[in-house]
Design a protein around this ligand. Structure first.
Ligand code: FEO
Ligand code: CA
Ligand code: CA
Length: 689
């Protein structure tokens, strides 16, 4: 029998209300948590063009001349292409190497649709046993104990790592962002969850580490059950808090008077991999798990909660009824212990994962390092909320090579010592030419320069009126004070391993330009931005530690027939429509791959490749689409396989276990289950060549 669902209203974009509630805590229905009046992009000044020209010249020289540390190629030009766009785009019609496949047409099929000549397998589904002693998944007999040994729910970020000493195997690491109990439990009553359901949800959050076997001929992957590296991290796994705010009174609770030990990680969205062999995972919409912020009366505490989107009474999942740490009136500092980048050593199943306070606390979307020429990691990070900011962290310490214990221990301190910055963008076109419609300004590009504003360095605050601990724990408030630029939901941020240029996915912001809200600026040039854009940032002198950069919009997304779209100047009749860019990665050829979340063009979400160099720059080509209700996550693109996480399939308003909206992945009658999919060429050759 169908259970009545709680009353949910529809999202203004392409997402279902169920996804809004369970994934983001209805972020889009609440008022924007950034009420500050930051400076908008300045009007152009007379010296602007010359300044920009100087910066750009420096950047290009740097890109060509730099030697990436640790063998990272610094080749600036793509195959057959020049480094800068221009010339005669698309003349020969041949897509860039790596993107030579027949694009998948936009569609609403309830499956993963891949290009002609490609094949796929489901690598692992929610609930599959991965640890010794784990039972087979049984939806009618699920327990928290079983779930803690099985693959978690709603896979998002994916990493595939080498497994030295075991050829034809890789280590798969997956984030499990959130649970949707309506689609997990038959007869679920959101008003009265049971303890077992709540504890299953705790165990279904977090991360999984699973070794996978590679097929020798094609890209198929299959999990190795009970491999000694297999591991589950959940909402109750002990974490160590490290970095400058560790032990701060702001982080102490009755269960942890030291402020250094937290149980669990929540809402792990995207992430990154480090050159020293660890995985970074981003705690995003943690606010939704905490109840009763509306009952807090202290004005400062209330303002801090509000800036992180916390208000109201009961939480959606009612966890506060089962563990009082989720009630902010009873444990006011517990929510301060979520919203971090966490670091996990997947090669040491006994290791304690760390929460890195030096990288700040916000709705972290992802974290991807690039090394400076002298080997210090720089981590780029987005805060995924409408009108929030882009950040980076620059470590003081150099990566130590090798796999000695001393090297590993040293490298596990890299993200505890350094400087945290937030970005301010300035456009180079007159403000009057940025009219909010997406019409290109007279100089033909949405572009300009910018600066990284330091917020704190080690134990030193660089924000007047805030202590260093406050900067690290209330990072959004610190960034407000220094005039950071309000962006259209900065999601995944990834530096190109070839050129060092940094690509920022800005998913959408339908509030841009609304009454009382910031209007269009050159870096966020469309009001009511439904489809998002992709920004390309070039650090001055190609130095990731630089405090100055130039930028340009690579893509202004949407239907190519819509004049308010831009594909780096590539002929728009030759590109795939793309909407709501979210996760980004690079293939071995240097092309950018973009997965989408919330396609507002009527098609299902998907995965797209686009060349960023040479004559093909801007030519977006769709590689796959995902089933009903799903978002495409975690893309990994290797020579012979593409790996995606199909997150929240079937999450459509009104759906439940009894009334599924999708039959994926196991066909009619099967439970809808989030899962990881590998895609490869049937002829066994490399992807897209
Ligand atoms: Fe979990 Fe911002 O996507
Ligand atoms: Ca411009
Ligand atoms: Ca995301």
């Amino acid at each position: 029998m169908r259970k009545p669902l709680p009353l949910l209203s529809s999202h203004p974009g392409g997402r279902s209300a169920l996804t809004c509630r369970y994934r983001c805590g209805d972020a889009c229905f609440h008022d924007v948590p950034n009420p500050t009046d930051n400076p908008e992009l300045g009007a152009v000044i007379a010296s602007a063009l010359s300044r920009r020209t100087v910066l750009r010249a420096g950047a290009v020289v740097g890109a060509v001349g730099a030697t990436g540390a640790f063998g990272v190629s610094s080749a600036a030009a793509g195959p057959g292409g020049s480094d800068v766009p221009g010339g005669a785009p698309g003349l020969d019609g041949r897509p860039a190497r790596g993107l030579r496949f027949t694009p998948v047409a936009p569609n609403t099929a309830d499956r993963v649709t891949v290009p002609q000549g490609y094949d796929q397998n489901v690598v692992i589904r929610w609930g599959e046993p991965i640890l010794r002693g784990a039972p087979e998944f049984d939806q009618n007999r699920q327990t928290a104990r079983a779930q803690a040994m099985q693959f978690g729910y709603n896979n998002d970020f994916l990493a595939l790592l080498d497994l030295p000493g075991e050829p034809h195997r890789q280590v798969l690491v997956a984030n499990h962002e959130y649970t949707d109990e309506n689609l997990m439990f038959a007869g679920y009553d959101p008003a009265r969850p049971t303890r077992e359901q709540v504890e299953i949800a705790w165990a279904a959050h977090g991360l999984s580490v699973v070794v996978v076997d590679e097929d020798r001929r094609v890209g198929r992957l299959t999990p190795v059950r009970r491999h000694p590296l297999n591991r589950r991290i959940t909402a109750t796994t002990p974490f160590e808090v490290t970095g400058p705010a560790a032990g701060s009174p702001l982080l102490r609770t009755s269960a942890d008077p030291t402020g250094t030990r937290v149980l669990g990680t929540l809402n792990n969205c995207a992430g990154g991999t480090t050159p020293w062999g660890t995985v970074l995972s981003a705690e995003e919409n943690f606010n939704q798990y905490f109840a009763n912020a509306g009952a807090v009366t202290d004005p400062q505490a209330k303002a801090r909660l509000a800036r992180y989107g916390m208000s109201g009474a009961a939480s959606t999942r009612k966890w506060e009824q089962f563990d009082q740490r989720f009630d902010v009136t009873r444990e006011p500092n517990e929510s301060h212990r979520f919203g971090y980048i966490v670091e996990l050593d997947p090669y040491d199943p006994e290791s304690t994962p760390r929460k890195r306070t030096a990288l700040g606390r916000f709705k972290h979307e992802a974290a991807q390092p690039r090394l400076t020429a002298d080997g210090r990691p720089v981590i780029y990070m987005g805060d995924d909320e409408r009108f929030d900011y882009l950040y980076k962290f620059v470590s003081d310490r150099r990566v130590r090579r090798g796999d000695s214990r001393a090297a590993r221990e040293h490298n596990m301190t890299l993200l505890d010592h350094g400087t945290l910055y937030v970005a301010r963008f300035t456009g180079d076109s007159p403000a009057a030419e940025i009219d909010g419609t997406g019409t290109l300004p007279d100089d033909g590009e949405f572009d300009g320069w910018g600066e990284w504003i330091p917020l704190a360095s080690g134990d030193r605050s660089l924000v007047p009126g805030m202590t260093a601990d406050e900067v690290y724990v209330f990072t959004r408030l610190a960034a407000d004070r220094v005039g950071a630029t309000k962006m259209d939901r900065p999601e995944d941020v990834e530096p190109s391993p070839r050129t060092g240029r940094v690509y920022v996915a800005l998913t959408n912001n339908t509030d841009r330009g609304k009454a009382g809200k910031a209007g269009a600026d050159e870096a966020n040039p469309r009001n009511a931005n439904k489809h998002g854009h992709v920004l390309e940032l070039t650090e001055r002198g190609d130095d990731p530690a630089a405090t100055r950069f130039t930028w340009t919009l690579l893509l202004v997304c949407g239907d190519p027939e819509d004049p308010a779209t831009y594909f780096a100047g590539f002929p728009k009749d030759q590109v795939s429509p793309i909407s709501c860019p979210d996760n980004v990665t690079f293939d071995p050829h240097g092309n950018l791959w973009i997965s989408t979340d919330g396609n507002a063009l009527g098609s299902h979400d998907g995965l797209f490749g686009v060349a960023v160099q040479g004559r093909e720059r801007g030519r977006v080509r769709q590689f796959l689409t995902v089933p009903v209700g799903a978002e495409t996550c975690g893309p990994v693109v290797q020579d012979r396989r593409v790996l995606v996480a199909v997150q929240h399939p079937g999450e459509v308003d009104g759906a439940s276990v009894e009334n599924p909206a999708s039959a994926w992945p196991d066909g009619p009658g099967g439970l809808v289950r989030p899962a990881v999919v590998a895609v490869w060429r049937r002829d066994g050759r490399d992807i897209g060549v």
